[in-house]
Write a protein that binds this ligand. Structure first.
Ligand code: GLA
Length: 749
């Protein structure tokens, strides 16, 4: 049965998700209206839904005969401006005659099985046509010849809908696009709490909520990347919505550059929800015949609170956004040398670290920044991917990689392909290859400039250097980094009136390089990174099965970062490493078990000098690696239930349940302890109430030692309980000290 149904007499389309419906109507005037996004309704007449009614001081259609029809009061899809809708438009243009009107009316309506690809952009996909249906609505502006083709893909058994559109200039004059949001829809009230994921470098994706007020509430990036500061995501929560209950409507953009996401409450108390490329400094020229493809937005509706929303995103993203041979493959345990050595390494030191990595159970050794060109620190060398630093690495990458392989580990390498250091051979040879405005100073960030990857010759050159390196040694992994934001966004290839295209062309260029990586090196696992989690978005997830979640590796800070990230992105996409104490970012000391437990909830690894640790600590690490290996299927394929919110509690707790509900892991981390308070009641979720589970408890107990450093003793216990008792009564967690992690491993008996 198709997921898209049409009720003919009224021209109404029902997009049917697993538990939700998204309902659109083509009005007799050809305007496209939005009728409903909420609980599932069965297709039929909803004639009582009049699109608009007579309101004072409104602009009516030309001729003015119907005073009840006003665009400003209409609940719209794909709204435009200039002729009566004074709210924020989804699309904006400047026509050849200088006017701004885009009067879009539906001229064709079709359903296609499956989902078409998006030209040059990352997107969700299907493997078989039967997995989804796509509604294709063609809208046209008769005067200018602008044609907009809207795509709505409904995934079977899911509450996710993918939206995008393509604009073609079918007129004879040129058309300038000035606003190209991917999705817009109007909701009938404003009684929502808005949830956004905001923060900073080393403090990414903190959950922030506030009530909507009249006017626009927005998050955006003007930095050229999706950014550490705000994520391209917004959710609207109905009153009383919690982790488990209540209605959530969410939008997430599959794009990694400048974005805008906003909720506008209009004069009547309606809400317009939008997401797309940031109109700030954006323009796109369309000569006759030219086409522009907007990025995809993924919309999720949940009737089961935030947890339901997250699980819908996770299921879709890990199976139909991430792609390639590593999509379903178990994540390797890695050791990365960055926090172990920074720039101070040589082959022998790295091999000793890799050997220690092998001892603690790693599968992969990643050589981070500093292996190439003149790169003794972060002030030089970027762009010189041709020369390996032979003073540090005699015998080159091959000797090192083979040495690492001989220890039983795969070898991985760091690149920052989008950048150039002014102090580099590449810059000296091609000073005009970076984004810059002729005659103006070039602003530096981390002593580096951004390459103009919108230009094919720049991309080809970078790619040529990378492929030579990738073929020079057995390299099975790449960490793809990006360590500054874009300034002086101006491209030599564009005439002055097209400079508004430079930032998006840069992004398309990055995607082109990532496509080449997938096509030519499918056996290489590519991790994303941007100063930690500065480009943790759905666009990047299409190319990177996982991303370095944050440069902040402190276990306690990571609780909030990973909690916020998990709102949209699956656990399997979050690279999380055990690092040293005192932690390099915040100076905190946490027990090894706690660091390992928090890192375990992502793609697990180590980033510390293993050689500085005792044999006992290394033996404990080996146990953590083995334990993670035995549980990683849960984090990769299981359902996440967040049990205690670290934004508002002194605890963080969550659990992952296998798809068959026969296994689960519950994790609880105490942040700061308190004297004599109630034990934390932890009601579990997602289990089979009718089954009995064997519960294996592991926690640490802090043993005070008379003024000296406390030490921690593990406590193990086993009991059995029914799923219904575990969910209805729950566990009771006490507080044995600061920063203590406990886990409960459940297996159905
Ligand atoms: C960024 C990354 C780090 C590390 C350094 C290397 O900050 O987030 O993990 O790779 O660059 O310079």
């Amino acid at each position: 049965m198709t997921t898209i149904l049409r009720h003919d007499p009224t021209g109404t389309w029902f997009l049917q998700g697993a538990t939700s419906s998204y309902v659109l109507r083509v009005e007799p005037s050809g305007h496209l209206t939005h009728l409903h996004w909420g609980p599932r309704v069965e297709p039929g007449a909803i004639d009582w839904f009049t699109p608009t009614f007579d309101r004072a001081f409104c602009i009516n259609e030309p001729g003015g005969r119907d005073s009840g029809f006003a665009l400003d009061t209409l609940s719209r899809e794909a709204p435009t401006g200039g002729n009566g809708d004074f709210r924020a438009p989804m699309l904006g243009v400047v026509n050849a005659d200088g006017s701004h009107i885009l009067d879009l009316r539906v001229v064709a309506q079709e359903i296609h099985a499956g989902k078409p690809r998006l030209d040059g952009l990352p997107a969700t996909y299907v493997e078989r046509e039967a997995e989804a249906d796509t509604l294709v609505l063609t809208l046209a502006d008769r005067s200018s010849g602008a044609e907009v083709v809207l795509h709505y893909t409904v995934f079977r058994d899911s509450d996710a809908i993918a939206r995008s559109w393509r604009l073609t200039n079918r007129g004879s004059g040129s058309l300038r696009l000035t606003r190209a949001l991917s999705a817009s829809l109007d909701l009938p009230h404003c009684n929502w709490t808005l949830l956004q994921l905001s923060g900073a470098w080393a403090r990414e994706r903190q959950v922030v909520t506030h009530a909507l007020v009249p006017g626009i509430s927005s998050v955006e990036s003007r930095r050229g990347t999706s950014s550490h500061q705000h994520n391209p995501f917004l959710a609207l929560l109905a009153p009383g919505t919690t982790e488990e209950h209540g209605e959530v409507l969410a939008v997430n953009l599959v794009y990694s550059g400048n974005f805008l996401a906003q909720a506008e409450v209009d004069q009547y108390g309606h809400t317009r929800l939008q997401i797309g490329i940031n109109p700030h400094e954006f323009t796109w020229e369309l000569t006759p015949g030219a086409t522009f493809q907007a990025p995809e937005a993924v919309l999720v509706r949940s009737g089961e609170g935030l947890g339901g929303m997250s699980r819908a995103y996770h299921r879709l993203y890990r199976s139909r956004l991430v792609r390639g041979p590593f999509r379903d493959a178990p994540r390797p345990v890695l050791i990365n040398n960055w926090e172990a050595t920074y720039f101070n390494f040589d082959t022998e030191k790295l091999l000793r670290l890799a050997a220690a990595g092998a001892e603690v159970g790693c599968d992969l050794f990643v050589l981070d920044d500093g292996w190439f060109g003149k790169r003794e620190g972060d002030r030089s060398g970027l762009g010189d991917w041709t020369t390996v630093n032979l003073a540090k690495l005699p015998g080159g990458l091959q000797r090192l990689a083979e040495g690492v392989n001989a220890l039983g580990l795969r070898f991985g390498l760091w690149f920052e392909p989008e950048m150039v250091s002014p102090d580099s051979d590449l810059y000296r040879a091609h000073p005009d290859w970076c984004l810059h405005v002729p005659g103006r100073p070039r602003s530096e960030g981390r002593s580096q400039l951004v390459l103009d990857l919108g230009r094919a010759e720049v991309r080809d050159h970078i790619w040529g250097m990378m492929t030579t390196i990738l073929r020079s040694a057995p390299i099975g992994f790449v960490k793809w980094d990006m360590n500054r934001h874009l300034t002086e966004v101006w491209s030599r290839q564009l005439p002055p009136h097209r400079q508004g295209e430079a930032a998006h062309r840069f992004m398309l260029g990055v995607y082109d390089l990532l496509e080449r990586m997938h096509r030519e090196f499918p056996e290489v696992l590519v991790e994303g990174c941007s100063g930690g989690g500065g480009r943790f978005d759905a666009g990047m997830l299409h190319y990177h099965p996982y991303i370095w979640t944050s440069d902040n590796s402190d276990a306690i800070e990571r609780l909030r970062i990973q909690h916020g990230t998990s709102m949209v992105y699956p656990l399997s996409s979050m690279d999380a490493n055990v690092s040293a104490i005192p932690n390099h970012q915040v100076g905190r000391r946490t027990p090894l078990t706690t660091r390992a437990t928090v890192a375990s909830t992502g793609a697990f690894g180590y980033q510390l000098d293993l050689l500085a640790l005792s044999a006992d600590e290394r033996a404990e690490m080996r146990q953590h690696s083995e334990r993670w290996r035995s549980l990683r299927h849960l984090f990769h394929h299981g359902d996440l239930h967040r049990l205690a919110d670290p934004m508002t509690n002194r605890w963080a707790a969550w659990m992952c349940v296998s798809p068959a509900r026969d296994e689960a892991l519950v994790t609880c981390v105490r942040m700061l302890t308190e004297a004599n308070t109630a034990r934390l009641p932890l009601r579990l979720r997602g289990l089979d109430p009718a089954r009995t589970y064997r519960v294996q408890v592991e926690t640490l107990r802090e043993i005070p030692s008379g003024g000296g450093a406390a030490h921690h003793a593990p406590v193990h216990a086993v009991f059995t309980a029914s799923g219904s008792a575990l969910m209805g009564i729950g566990l009771r967690v006490d507080s044995p000290g600061d920063f203590i992690a406990s886990t409960w491993h459940l297996t159905a008996v």
